[in-house]
Design a protein. Structure first.
Length: 99
């Protein structure tokens, strides 16, 4: 359990837009946001060609927000989490560990 401002919630839950969401819920929402916001301008294949760290995904998406992508700070975090989990760095050959 974690405590934030006197509230207790499970370790994998985070407050998002005033509501507690589990990691699974945040990732699902991140995918929904990508489908509805990112694919408005970009083809789905584009993200499949990139395997970035969470920081680099954040930098890239921050640029899209600067250009006008309509997402809140919480939505930004969910998009970056989903991309990093699904399109993070590829494992080094033969090790199974990420580069």
């Amino acid at each position: 359990m974690a405590v934030l401002s006197g509230l207790m919630f499970a370790a994998d839950e985070k407050p998002v837009d005033g509501k507690l969401m589990t990691e699974k819920e945040r990732l699902a929402k991140g995918k929904d946001l990508i489908d509805s916001v990112c694919f408005w301008c970009h083809e789905p294949e584009l993200m499949k060609t990139k395997h970035l760290t969470k920081k680099l995904w954040g930098d890239l998406i921050r640029g899209m927000v600067y250009e006008g992508a309509p997402v809140t700070d919480d939505e930004f975090q969910m998009i970056v989490e989903w991309l990093a989990k699904n399109y993070g760095p590829e494992p080094e050959e033969g090790t199974g560990e990420q580069k």
